[in-house]
Design a binder for this molecule. Structure first.
Ligand SMILES: NC(=O)c1ccc[n+]([C@@H]2O[C@H](COP(=O)([O-])OP(=O)(O)OC[C@H]3O[C@@H](n4cnc5c(N)ncnc54)[C@H](O)[C@@H]3O)[C@@H](O)[C@H]2O)c1
Length: 323
């Protein structure tokens, strides 16, 4: 199969590209290399295109035609919540505008299957009792422009299905971490594990934002999914797009189990043998106490299940950090 992967040179995209290559698919990467790196995609073809520019539609359609593309995995996006709060119009332009251009190019080129990287950020501060596993039918209520831009993309993609039969799947990733290969570690330092590893290897201690949440140890609980498991979910989603019966267009991707900040830091201490004595800081606004996925839909419909636990995630992140 010939698959176009946007954002394939990034952290998650490069894992998807490598798995597709391993199973023998032909891969074309579209990336503007704003945060991605060329040396993460091996022998895959690379088209350096900024999806958000007006002239990208023609370029994308041409790349799809040239490579006989049958499916698109749309991973490229800007993903920093804080930045999105400061630059909302730019985030909408990049994420929503870029997705609109990609959809137009697909329509022009006659490509009718799409997988989209969405996020648990679409749920925001969900209106459910504390500790409830979040299923896909919870009403999304994003609380920042990043989460809003992801939800707007989901809606736009769904509307394209109604309008002209686009077949699509939105994967809502929970907290992605770890590395499938030591050379594909997360180069951004925006999430708990890389932030803690950076602090500890620079002789500093990580901060814990709030230890008075209504959770067993008082720190926030999140659902950490290994990036290699996540990449594997993309392959399962691609196969699902080929099925005639497609009852759902949204799937959570997580493990169904939460780990508190304290538990993750304990695991980091265990995996690295570094001394971890975090400092406690104020709660950050907009951090729900618990965000854990209900993964029954993806398990029963796609037959996909995460196989790596927190220890495997942190061990692999640490190996990649030292690479
Ligand atoms: N990392 C996480 O925990 C997480 C969680 C939920 C959702 N996501 C989503 O997963 C996707 C990938 O995240 P990541 O962690 O790999 O980030 P990343 O920054 O490593 O990868 C993004 C890739 O997209 C490219 N890109 C960005 N804007 C582009 C544009 N306008 N045109 C072309 N290419 C562009 C970048 O160069 C990069 O290669 C994003 O859509 C993000 O919203 C990530």
């Amino acid at each position: 199969m010939s698959v176009l992967v946007t954002g394939g040179a990034g952290y998650i995209g490069s894992h998807v590209v490598r798995l597709l290559q391993e199973r023998g698919d032909q891969v074309v990467v579209v990336d503007d290399l704003s945060t991605g790196e060329r040396d993460r995609i091996g022998e895959a073809s690379l088209a350096v295109i900024d999806l958000a520019r007006d002239d990208s539609v023609e370029k994308l359609a041409a790349a799809m035609g040239e490579h006989g593309v049958q499916s698109v995995i749309h991973i490229a996006a800007k993903k920093q919540v804080g930045e999105s709060v400061k630059r909302p119009a730019w985030y909408y332009h990049q994420n929503v505008g870029g997705t609109a251009n990609l959809l137009q190019a697909m329509e022009q080129a006659g490509v009718s299957k799409m997988m989209f990287s969405s996020s648990a950020a679409t749920y925001g501060m969900p209106d459910v009792p504390e500790g409830t596993l979040l299923d896909e039918d919870v009403t999304p209520s994003p609380i920042n422009p990043y989460g809003e831009s992801k939800l707007a993309c989901e809606w736009m993609i769904r509307a394209a299905g109604t309008a002209y039969g686009l077949r699509s799947v939105n994967l809502r990733y929970f907290n992605v971490a770890g590395a499938g290969w030591p050379d594909l570690g997360d180069p951004g330092v925006f999430n708990l594990i890389p932030i803690a590893l950076q602090a500890l290897t620079s002789g500093r201690q990580p901060s814990v934002f709030g230890n008075d949440y209504p959770t067993p140890d008082g720190t926030c609980i999140r659902d950490y999914v290994h990036v290699l498991d996540l990449a594997d979910a993309h392959l399962a989603a691609l196969d699902y797009l080929d099925r005639d019966d497609q009852p759902y267009d949204v799937f959570n991707v997580g493990t169904g189990h939460g780990a508190s900040v304290t538990k993750v830091l304990d695991q980091i201490a265990g995996s690295t043998s570094l001394e971890v004595t975090p400092t406690v800081a104020e709660r950050r606004p907009g951090d729900p106490a618990t965000l854990v996925a209900d993964v029954s839909r993806i398990e029963s419909t796609l037959g996909w299940k995460a196989t790596n636990d927190l220890a495997a995630i942190v061990d692999s992140a640490w190996r990649a950090w030292q690479h």
